[in-house]
Design a protein around this ligand. Structure first.
Ligand code: GLY
Length: 417
């Protein structure tokens, strides 16, 4: 099977590593990829937001399967164009991708499906902002109702900061969503979804704030671990039965069946799981940890989803133990990152590339905010953490930063529901 992966991050590097291990995969291509993906696949420099360019590339490489990693091409309908051109495609069409592309759409689907989520209000007129803010708090959750790579969400007890973020979104022409704050530890549960067929992967936890102990602003994700020792199996089953399956069924009912990876981000509160957000694609950096434990052939699972045969896929098998991924970020991330710095040690085992490129001398340099994702595995969380941080210690990137506490609260038994 010739597979074309769309995207350039650590998630896509993890997908390529998983696909390369599947004996049914004979050829790997990626667009645009990064400096690390060339070890596994042929990189193609195309505009992945352009349906015409992606379809032309799929024709050129004669792809049997196209796997779309990021949300932007999905929301823009690249999966629809590929399917129309006859390519088996992993990733939802534009209509179903609205589950991530429009927070208001996601809320509407959840209300119709009877899924627990935060109370919310959409504000699209600056004149209504203050009155709306007064109806929320003392912790404000303000979301940009558009795609913002995880950085469009501000959660704060400071009303002025909440107002500033909302006003900024409105000024740039996006409505904002104000939400009641959901208390409780967060879980990312990924499911392969093909219409109403749902196959969950193992749950993971992301660390969204930039600094240790959840300090500082939100990012796209600074690290993740899996599985979650504090989450009972029956809660995972409850999420599948009470959240993922009803949402998949509601999308089918609306004539927008989902095909691909549905990411449910949830807070596990005293009354059970409530949805914080849905994404229409694999999460980053959770994917790097989750796929490190997948024993089943990844290409066959993605192909079954893409070809509408997920119900015939044998149960997924997982390695025992744990996996941890730690993101190495460029100076100033999540603000405008410093780029162009030479990185050493990035070709070691367990080091996945994200924002990397090669300079004119062929050296690997930083080219984005989240530069690398370093993965460790082990018999338990302690071993996986130790391996991830040991691998990270072998990498040099001037000005870079990372969190030192990925998975630590879980390891120390400090998370309970
Ligand atoms: N890890 C958060 C995301 O992928 O959106």
């Amino acid at each position: 099977m010739r597979v074309l992966v769309i995207g350039s991050g650590g998630r896509e590097h993890a997908l390529l590593i998983g696909l390369a291990k599947d004996s049914s995969v004979t050829d790997l291509h990626v667009a645009p990829g990064n400096a690390g993906t060339t070890a596994l696949a042929t990189n193609h420099d195309v505009d992945v937001a352009s349906s015409d360019s992606v379809v032309a590339l799929a024709r050129k490489v004669d792809a049997d399967l196209v796997v779309i990693g990021p949300e932007v091409p999905l929301v823009l309908g690249v999966a629809d164009a590929l399917r129309e051109a006859g390519f088996a495609t992993f990733g939802p069409g534009a209509q179903a991708a609205q589950i991530e592309g429009s927070k208001a759409f996601a809320k509407d689907v959840m209300a119709a499906a009877g899924v627990a989520t935060a109370h919310s209000e959409v504000v699209d007129n600056p004149a209504h902002l203050d009155a709306a803010l007064d109806r929320f708090g003392p912790t404000w959750v303000v979301k940009d109702d558009g795609l913002a790579a995880g950085k469009g969400v501000v959660v704060t007890t400071d009303r002025a900061a909440a107002r500033d973020h909302a006003a900024e979104c409105l000024e740039s022409g996006h409505p904002v969503l104000l939400e009641s704050f959901l208390d409780g530890p967060e879980v990312s549960l990924f499911s392969l979804v093909d219409g109403e067929t749902v196959v969950p992967l193992i749950p993971a936890q992301d660390h969204k704030r930039v600094g240790d102990n959840d300090s500082g602003p939100n990012t796209g994700g600074m690290g993740a671990y899996t599985p979650l020792p504090w989450l009972p199996d029956d809660v995972t089953r409850q999420i599948v039965d009470d959240v993922v399956k009803p949402v998949a069924a509601e999308l089918v009912r609306r004539g927008a069946p989902f095909s691909g990876l549905l990411y449910a981000g949830l807070a596990i509160g005293k009354d059970g799981p409530s949805v914080v957000e849905f994404n229409c694609r694999f999460g980053d950096p959770e994917t790097q940890a989750v796929l490190a434990l997948l024993k089943s052939p990844l290409g066959q699972a993605l192909n079954a989803t893409a070809t509408g045969t997920l119900d015939a896929l044998p149960p997924l098998e997982w390695a025992d133990g744990a996996a941890v991924t730690v993101v190495l970020a460029a100076e100033n991330y999540p603000g405008k990152p410093r780029t162009g710095d030479v990185i050493t040690g990035s070709d070691a085992e367990g080091v996945l590339h994200a924002g990397t490129a090669r300079n004119a001398d062929g050296a690997v340099v930083s080219s984005g905010g989240r530069v690398l994702a370093v993965v460790g595995t082990g018999a338990d969380l302690a071993e996986a953490r130790a391996q991830a941080y040991e691998r990270l210690a072998g990498i040099k990137l001037p000005g870079s930063h990372f969190r030192t506490d990925i998975g630590r609260n879980a390891l120390e038994g400090k998370i309970s529901i």
